[in-house]
Design a binder for this molecule. Structure first.
Ligand SMILES: O=C(O)CCC(=O)C(=O)O
Length: 267
């Protein structure tokens, strides 16, 4: 993706609250992710969580980075991460990485904003930026994510309220990216086939990640990650200050060279 295309996506998110990157993911990676999820679902005997938010006919698997490849390719994808960095900034973090498979007969998820538990007055600058990878086609009928365009510029929705929504229809391999303040929810699946997505969620480097990545991922596994992926899971230091340990970068715990300089030492 060239810089003009990236900028156009970032501007669409600022204006409408969302954008769709068509054909963002190579078919081979889509296939590998679908195969890995099918294997995990079997191995973990994953079942619906049976609550109003996560659904009664929806299978979710959390903390996917703990299972290594091919999930390690998701947070750093060249057609998605640069857009997220344009919305947040390059100090952004992985907030959570999970799969959301909506089975036939599931009802629509309550409309919500992903950042609505954060007690800040709205509208505010983007602090959460989330994406949904379409591992199957997403259609109005099979449960494509429902969106309320431009609602990221308002206050929070009434959780589960009734609003005019549009379906984020997209072909397999496309990715929906939205400002975490956008009102949205998973759709009802009125077809006979499953809708599968990966929810790759990011947050600003100065707020808490939704899934605790430092406890959820074994350090010996994180050591095998690329330096950028290590930063994204939380082994970097935001603007030379937030996240340091005794003025050292947490990356040094993983054996990174001792090159970190805190913001104070730069004055
Ligand atoms: O599955 C979807 O399309 C959206 C899910 C969602 O918004 C959520 O679980 O927070």
């Amino acid at each position: 993706m060239d810089d003009a295309a990236r900028q156009a996506h970032v501007e669409r998110i600022r204006r409408d609250g969302f954008t769709i990157v068509e054909n963002a993911i190579a078919p081979a990676l889509v296939d590998a992710l679908n195969a890995a999820l099918a294997r995990l679902e079997r191995d973990l005997d994953a079942k619906p969580a049976m609550n109003g938010f996560e659904g009664h006919k929806t299978v979710r698997i959390y903390n996917l980075l703990a299972y290594g490849a091919p999930f390690t390719e998701v947070p750093v994808h060249v057609n998605v991460l640069p857009i997220v960095e344009g919305v947040l900034d390059s100090g952004c973090l992985i907030s959570s990485l999970s799969s959301i498979a909506i089975d036939p007969g599931e009802v629509a998820q309550p409309i919500h904003a992903d950042d609505m538990v954060i007690p800040l007055a709205k509208p505010h600058i983007p602090i959460v930026c989330n994406s949904m990878w379409a591992l199957t086609d997403f259609t109005d009928a099979n449960g494509a994510t429902r969106l309320v365009p431009k609602s990221h510029l308002k206050e929070n929705p009434v959780y589960g309220g009734t609003y005019d929504t549009i379906a984020a229809e997209m072909r397999q391999g496309s990715v929906l990216i939205w400002d975490g303040a956008l009102w949205h929810g998973g759709g009802a699946n009125r077809t006979e086939k499953r809708r599968t997505g990966i929810a790759m969620n990011y947050c600003a480097g100065f707020i808490r990640q939704q899934e605790n990545q430092q406890l959820g991922l074994r350090p010996d596994l994180v050591k095998t990650f690329s330096p950028r992926l290590q930063e994204l899971v939380g082994y970097g230091v935001y603007r030379g200050l937030i996240g340091h340990i005794d003025k050292k970068s947490p990356a040094q715990v993983l054996g990174a060279p001792d090159g970190f300089q805190s913001i104070w030492e730069k004055t």
